[in-house]
Structure formats: structure tokens, C-alpha cells
Ligand binder design. Sequence first.
Ligand code: ATP
Length: 202
Amino acid sequence: ARVARLRIAGFKSFADSTSVEILPGLTGIIGPNGCGKSNIVDALRWAMGEGNARSLRGGEMDDIIFAGTTTRPSRNMAEVTVTLEDALGIIPPPLHEQSELEITRKIERGSGSAYRINGREMRARDVQTLFADMASGARSCAMVGQGRVAAIVNAKPEERRQILEEAAGIAGLSARRHEAELKLRATEANLQRADDMRGQVE
Ligand code: ATP
């Protein structure tokens, strides 16, 4: 699959809806300092499910919503849509037959984020797992922000392992394993409770 387009509305400096086409090959984004080049990359990482506001250069998640300028009022909602092409089979049914996927994350001031894929509501984890499987998650080495090279060199072994796992495309598997383990533990606790109750009845 390939990221073909980004639609950004109300995100950081993008007050109005803006579309960025990413054609095959190399795409460069040029502009003066502070014009919003890094904000485009932040928008992509945010839509991929980045959960840490600080790694998007904010204090809290609502800081990514357009905060207004001297001439324009702030907004209360931000939405970013990533369009993936050649996406056949990269997510489980019922969307596995779609060759184009539109992954949308929306945030409303004070009430958190919601995710949709082709209009269906999804969990953050589903979106994170999708991009982790593509080895291009928000934290992967496919996304190298300013200062990230130094951060990777200086990373602790555990963090570096995460980066390598993401690059190898197995981070999605690890996330699923973790989720399965949590379910298993909850089921074990339920069984234990059922046993206790049976003990009391007998
Ligand atoms: P440089 O070349 O210096 O790295 P850049 O083009 O990458 O710059 P960005 O860091 O993407 O620039 O954009 C910074 C601009 O985004 C600043 O002008 C800042 O005021 C604006 N900005 C960031 N968050 C918001 C927000 N929530 N609302 C409005 N504007 C914002």
C-alpha cells in the first residue's frame, strides 16, 4: 500500500481544508521557516494514531487544533484523512476487498479523538496496527522528524528494539499478542471468579 493523499483541516496551521497529493517517487515540500512543512508530517503521524501530544510538539492533544491568528478565530475541530492506494487485503474483513482506504482521525476540543476507515468507526489500536503492519507507524523509522536521528542514536536498547520491530513489520503482531494476552488474563480472572462462586454454592 502507498500513501497517496493527505487531507488536513483545522490541524495546526491548516485552518482551511488542504489536500496534499503524494505521487510515486520523491515528493519535496518547500517553504520559508515556520510555514507549516513539519505540520504536514505531524498531521500524517497524528492520523496514524500518534497518542503522545509532546511528540507532535504540543502540550496536550487539543493543541493540534487550529488555535487562531490575529485575523482568524480558532477552530474547535481538526480532521486529517490519509488515503492509501493498493491497499487490497491489508486489513481484515469487512474492508479487505477495498483497494483504496481512507483513514480519518477527528478531534473535537475537550472530547478526544475518533477514527474511521472508509466511513466505519474504528479504534485507535486498529489504525495503529494497520500502519505498524505496513512498517510505517507513527513511531517507525519510516518517519524521521527533525532531531529524530539523534534520538534514535541515543535511544535505550528497549526503545531501539521497538524501532527495529516496527521496521521489520512485526510491531503489529506484538500489539495483537499484547491484546490477546490482556483478553486471556481477563478470561482467567473470570474463570477464577466462577470457581470461587461454585465453591460457595457447593
Ligand atoms: P521550519 O522550517 O522552521 O522547521 P516548518 O515549515 O516546518 O518550519 P512548522 O513547524 O510546520 O514549520 O509550523 C510552525 C507554524 O505552525 C508556526 O507558525 C506555528 O504558529 C503554527 N502552529 C502550530 N500549531 C498551531 C495551532 N494549533 N494553530 C495555529 N498555528 C499553529
